[in-house]
Design a protein around this ligand. Structure first.
Ligand code: BES
Ligand code: MN
Ligand code: ZN
Length: 505
């Protein structure tokens, strides 16, 4: 799918454009407001007839309302109108949702060559162009890899954005790399745990390294043992599948001014271990417990393609399964992490933080300017924030704000949460330095506090709990139902803007 700018206004653009399908976003009309130029241009281009058709079909331009008019023997042959509601408060997220509705209608109309006109005057044009393009491409993603008879789904080959200045071409070029990263993440998350194994994650990292010139190191179990990664290996020991500690490195051409580490939780299946997940705890969905690793690998793929300057990016995944066997961790075992911290395992289902503990210690040894981890860490975060926002914990206000800005620019919401020191008391163990699970209240916070123990003091670090956002049951805006690929766009935006840990005033 190719995106291009068509800088002219709708009325002029139509003269030059020869495609089959035109989509136009319309605000609800009102007596009090002058008509939006897009509506007047549309009516001018298609004659008084159109106004009548809109009334006949009772098109009110409510948000998400979509009307396709097929025009026999005319060009364009399909006209798609999407409602945008009231102009007041219309934001980039609304623009994305509208573009996603357009994409669905265009696919239903078998559009091959689509032009989209949306009111973008309130936005920076590159940001608006990117929002529309990402929404079109990502909302049309469909995954039929595991169907024996996949249904072919023809997609528009070219999408032209009417009214977007030619200066946006560069921003649109980045869309393909970013979306390929999101799609990789969605594929990894949606694939079942008998396909996406720790080995499969390592193979995926190898393919990214090969295709985009990244460096790859995979540490096998013995290498992890030599580094003393007892927390991570303790989780892995109940599985028949070997753990794979994955370390991918993007080296920018021309040298690096900053170094950042992206860490992703990579539990390819989380049974809970001896604290076995019971019915109702979504055990059958725990293939998505590698959503953090999918996000960082998707980001690595995108970064490898976009090749941002001056930022060296390390991607780390301590991949394994949390399973039950004669060799699995017992509730009550004490494990020693690679920084020497001893951990009493009072619940084998709080395994993600154990794998992340050793991954974070390893990350900090790289002496980075910032570390960001993403993890489907706690059900408590899902209860707190639902499915549309990830929890964001950080010891650095600057990094926190920079990540929120990167998220907002891509339609991924991050909500700041507290690292309240006094709650650390909940992780006190009578026998070891820490236990891995605190009380149920504030469970997402104690999980973050647990992680913080494995991060070098004062090093800008942020933790994103994506347990709620990794999967969408019904689909929303540009996310079809299923795996969302959440986190990729935020990470790519942040890294490609130089990976700031403070925002310029
Ligand atoms: N992978 C789960 C968290 C999870 C739950 C993700 C639901 C997505 C949806 C994690 O390993 C886990 O089991 N956490 C426990 C922690 C508890 C034992 C302290 C939880 O949230 O129940
Ligand atoms: Mn668990
Ligand atoms: Zn888990």
């Amino acid at each position: 799918m190719q995106f291009r700018c068509l800088p002219d206004a709708l009325s002029t653009a139509l003269g030059q454009w020869s495609g089959d399908t035109l989509a136009v976003g319309l605000f609800a009309s009102s007596e009090e407001r002058p008509e939006h130029p897009l509506r007047s241009e549309l009516l001018a281009a298609f004659g008084g007839d159109l106004q009548q058709r809109l009334e006949q079909r009772r098109f009110k331009a409510k948000p998400g309302e979509c009307l396709t008019l097929e025009r026999l023997g005319a060009s364009p042959r399909s006209l798609i109108l999407v409602g945008l509601g009231e102009p007041a408060g219309f934001d980039l997220d609304d623009l994305r949702a509208a573009a996603a509705s357009v994409a669905q209608a265009a696919a239903a109309a078998a559009a091959e060559d689509l032009a989209v006109a949306m009111p973008c005057e309130g936005f920076e044009s590159a940001a608006a162009g990117r929002a529309i393009a990402e929404a079109v491409r990502l909302s049309l993603y469909s995954d039929q890899r595991f169907k024996s008879e996949p249904e072919p789904r023809p997609l528009p080959a070219v999408v032209s954005l009417i009214g977007l200045p030619a200066s946006c071409a560069q921003a649109l070029e980045a869309v393909s790399g970013t979306c390929a990263g999101v799609e990789l993440a969605r594929q990894l998350v949606a694939a079942p745990p008998n396909v996406v194994t720790p080995q499969h994650l390592a193979d995926t990292a190898a393919a990214i390294a090969r295709d985009h010139g990244l460096e790859l190191r995979v540490l096998e179990r013995d290498a992890c043992e030599a580094l003393g990664m007892g927390a991570y290996l303790g989780v892995a020991q109940g599985s028949d599948l070997a753990p794979k500690f994955i370390h991918l490195i993007y080296h920018p051409a021309g040298g690096a001014q900053r170094r950042v580490v992206l860490v992703g939780k990579g539990l390819t299946f989380d049974s809970g271990g001896y604290n076995l997940k019971t019915a109702g705890s979504q055990i059958e969905m725990m293939k998505y417990d590698m959503g953090g690793s999918a996000a960082v690998l998707g980001a690595a793929r995108a970064i490898g393609e976009l090749k941002p300057e001056a930022v060296e990016v390390h991607v780390i995944v301590a991949a394994c399964e949390n399973m039950i066997s004669g060799g699995a961790v017992h509730p009550g075992d004490i494990l020693t992490a690679s920084n020497g911290t001893t951990i009493e395992i009072n619940n084998t289902d709080a395994e993600g933080r154990l794998t992340l503990a050793d991954a974070l210690v390893y990350a900090c040894k790289l002496e980075p300017d910032a570390v960001v981890d993403l993890a489907t860490l706690t059900g408590a975060c899902v209860i707190a924030l639902g499915a549309e926002m990830a929890g964001l914990w950080s010891c650095s206000d600057g990094l926190s704000r920079a990540l929120q800005a990167a998220g907002a620019a891509s339609g991924e919401a991050l909500w700041p949460m507290p690292l309240r020191r006094s709650y650390k008391a909940g992780l006190k163990s009578p026998v070891a330095d820490l236990k891995n699970t605190g009380p149920r209240p504030g469970g997402a916070i104690t999980a973050a506090l647990f992680l913080q123990d494995f991060v070098t003091r004062d090093l800008p670090w942020a933790h994103l709990d994506i347990a709620g956002t990794v999967w969408s049951d019904k689909g929303r805006s540009l996310d079809p139902a299923g795996a969302t690929g959440f986190g990729v766009r935020t990470l790519v935006n942040w890294v490609c803007s130089g990976a700031p840990v403070a925002l310029q005033a």
